[in-house]
Design a protein around this ligand. Structure first.
Ligand SMILES: C[S@@+](CC[C@H](N)C(=O)[O-])C[C@H]1O[C@@H](n2cnc3c(N)ncnc32)[C@H](O)[C@@H]1O
Length: 201
């Protein structure tokens, strides 16, 4: 996708708390964020807030030919650009909120995600929305799944720790702004019990 960063900057000016940054992610941060993932095991990947698609296209390069990538984005402008940018049949771009991940998976006839990557600015989201998104994330992930997130600030950390038993942290300076990187696994059992939407249910 041709991305001059203009769409990101414009959308940031229109919705600063939802977009979080006026600049798309750098190639270096994308590579670092995606490096710990074992792509041979990922059948269903989900991306929250793909924005200009920097992570989306890097994920498509790494995903298996039979995998699916569900990209969930609230910004209509981003959705339109992303849909126009590729005909890759593995990519499904959903206009909606990450909060409804369970329903979006069901709509795509999928049970769970093996990987959820978040670009959402958790520190500027309404706290109740952030808490709901994190809970829905832990429910939507397969037991062996991985949740990955990049963030300017550390507000997301207690939310992750509430729902995941294992957490790795890194920091990437080469991005505007520099970001904390998180990789979480092992969703806590109390999060998962009885919460998942089901197909046809
Ligand atoms: C920091 S930007 C992502 C930047 C992107 N990774 C890039 O490099 O271009 C955050 C994105 O999350 C989207 N967003 C905010 N709240 C959302 C929500 N609840 N569900 C889905 N997307 C959301 C925004 O519209 C924005 O595109």
């Amino acid at each position: 996708m041709k991305d001059t960063g203009l769409v990101t900057a414009t959308e940031f000016l229109r919705h600063p708390s939802m977009v979080g940054s006026a600049f798309p992610a750098t190639g270096r941060m994308v590579r670092r964020m995606l490096a710990p993932v074992d792509w041979s095991t990922i059948e269903v990947a989900v991306e929250y807030g793909p924005g200009s698609g920097r992570f989306t296209f890097a994920m498509l390069e790494r995903l298996r030919p039979d995998a699916k990538l569900i990209a969930i984005e609230t910004g209509a402008e981003f959705v339109e650009k992303l849909r126009a940018a590729t005909e890759d049949p593995r990519l499904i771009v959903v206009e909606g909120s990450a909060e409804d991940i369970g329903r979006h998976l069901v709509d795509c006839d999928l049970d769970h995600a093996d990987l959820i990557l978040s670009g959402l600015p958790f520190s500027t989201l309404v706290p109740d929305d952030a808490a709901r998104i994190m809970r829905a994330t832990a429910v939507a992930l397969a037991p062996s799944g991985i949740f990955a997130a990049y963030q300017m600030r550390t507000a997301i950390r207690p939310l992750i720790e509430r729902h995941f038993a294992a957490l790795r942290h890194g920091y990437e300076w080469w991005n505007v702004p520099p970001c904390h990187l998180y990789w979480a696994t092992t969703a806590r059992p109390d999060t998962r019990v009885g919460s998942a939407p089901t197909r046809g249910g």
